[in-house]
Design a protein around this ligand. Structure first.
Ligand code: AVJ
Length: 309
C-alpha cells in the first residue's frame, strides 16, 4: 500500500506520462534528495534568484516593517528557508509564525531549526498542501495577517493556476491582509538558461532525480542513461521550461504500466515564469491582490512585491 502522499505522486506521474504532451508537476521534485539538490542550486553562481531576493529582502525590511506594523500573524506557504524567513520575522515583530507544508517531517525539522534561531517566536506549523484551500489555526483568526511567498514559487504556476492560488491565499487570509511575494523578472535569455542549466550540472541532477524518485517510490524501471536535462526559454509564454529528453528510443514501467518514448521526446517537468513589471502587477490583481509597493535589486533582476487583499 502506498501512503497518501505517494498515491498523489503515483496519480500525477501515471496521468502525466499518459498525456498527449507528457508532463509531471514540479512539486514532485522535492523529496529529501531533491530538496538537498535545490539547496545546492540556490548557492550556484549562475542561479541568481535566491541570493538576489535575499539581498532585496534585507534592504527593504525597515520599510516593510513600517508598513506592516508589529503583532501580525505571518503565514508562509512552504516550510520556509532559514536564510529568507528570519529576515522578515526579525524585522517585523510578529505575534505568531504559521509555516504551511505538505511534508510533516520537513515542516517539523524546519520549525525546530527556526526555534533555535528565534527562540522568542510563537510557531504554529500546519501540515497541508498549499495548492488546496488551507484551514488556518483558530488561534490567529483575530490577528492581522501577512502572507509570505518568496522564491518566485508563484512562477511555477501557469497564469490561470497562479490566479487560483493567489485567490485561495486571499480567501485564507481575508480582506485587509498583506502579501509579500517574490517574482522573478524577465532578463536576457542567456542568463535565464544559465540559471537553469548550470555548468556544474546540479540542475540536471535535480531534474533527473525525478526519474530516480519514480524508480525508488513507484517501482519504476527508468534507465537514467536514456535521459538528459534540458532548460528552454519559451519566449511567447515568458517562461523557462525544464524537460527530460530521451536520448534514444526507450521504454520503462511505472507501477506495472509500460511507457515508450521516441528519441528526442520529452517529459515537461517545470515552468518558471518570468514577469515584466506590468505582468507581475496584473498577475497579482487577477488573483485579488492590489499591489502597494515593489522593490528590486539595482539591476532589476528580481522583484519583491507588497500587496493588499
Ligand atoms: C524557486 C522553486 C521557484 O523556478 O527557479 C530552480 C525551482 N528549478 N532551478 C525556480 C528551480 C530549477 C525554482 N523555485
Amino acid at each position: 500500500m502506498l501512503a497518501i502522499l505517494d498515491q498523489a505522486f503515483a496519480a500525477d506521474v501515471l496521468a502525466g506520462l499518459k498525456a498527449p504532451i507528457p508532463a509531471i508537476p514540479a512539486r514532485w521534485f522535492y523529496d529529501k534528495r531533491g530538496s538537498e539538490l535545490f539547496d545546492d542550486i540556490t548557492r550556484l553562481p549562475s542561479y541568481y534568484p535566491s541570493r538576489t531576493e535575499t539581498a532585496v529582502l534585507e534592504a527593504i525590511m525597515p520599510e516593510v516593517a513600517a508598513l506592516a506594523g508589529p503583532g501580525r500573524a505571518v503565514v508562509e506557504w512552504g516550510a520556509g528557508s532559514l536564510t529568507k524567513t528570519p529576515i522578515l520575522l526579525e524585522a517585523i515583530d510578529p505575534a505568531v509564525y504559521v509555516p504551511i507544508d505538505i511534508s510533516g517531517t520537513y515542516l517539523r525539522q524546519s520549525a525546530r531549526d527556526l526555534r533555535d534561531k528565534l527562540p522568542w517566536l510563537d510557531i504554529i506549523p500546519v501540515e497541508a498542501d498549499f495548492a488546496r484551500h488551507v484551514e488556518l489555526p483558530g488561534a490567529i483568526a483575530a490577528l492581522p495577517k501577512l502572507g509570505f511567498f518568496p522564491g518566485s514559487t508563484i512562477g511555477n504556476f501557469v497564469p490561470g493556476s497562479a490566479t487560483d492560488l493567489l485567490r485561495s491565499f486571499r480567501a485564507e487570509l481575508g480582506t485587509g491582509a498583506l502579501l509579500l511575494i517574490g517574482m522573478d523578472r524577465v532578463k536576457p535569455v542567456e542568463r535565464l538558461v544559465a540559471a537553469y542549466d548550470d555548468p556544474e550540472g546540479v540542475t540536471a541532477a535535480f531534474n533527473l532525480n525525478l526519474l530516480e524518485r519514480i524508480n525508488r517510490e513507484l517501482d519504476g524501471t527508468v534507465r537514467l542513461a536514456d535521459w538528459r536535462h534540458e532548460a528552454r526559454w519559451n519566449d511567447i509564454l515568458s517562461r523557462i521550461e525544464m524537460h527530460l529528453v530521451s536520448v534514444r528510443d526507450t521504454s520503462f514501467e511505472v507501477l506495472g504500466d509500460r511507457f515508450a518514448f521516441r528519441a528526442g521526446q520529452s517529459i515537461h517537468t517545470e515552468n518558471s515564469h518570468k514577469y515584466g513589471p506590468r505582468g507581475a502587477r496584473v498577475q497579482l490583481l487577477t488573483g485579488g491582490w492590489t499591489p502597494l509597493k515593489e522593490w528590486t535589486d539595482p539591476a532589476g533582476d528580481f522583484a519583491v512585491m507588497l500587496a493588499r487583499a
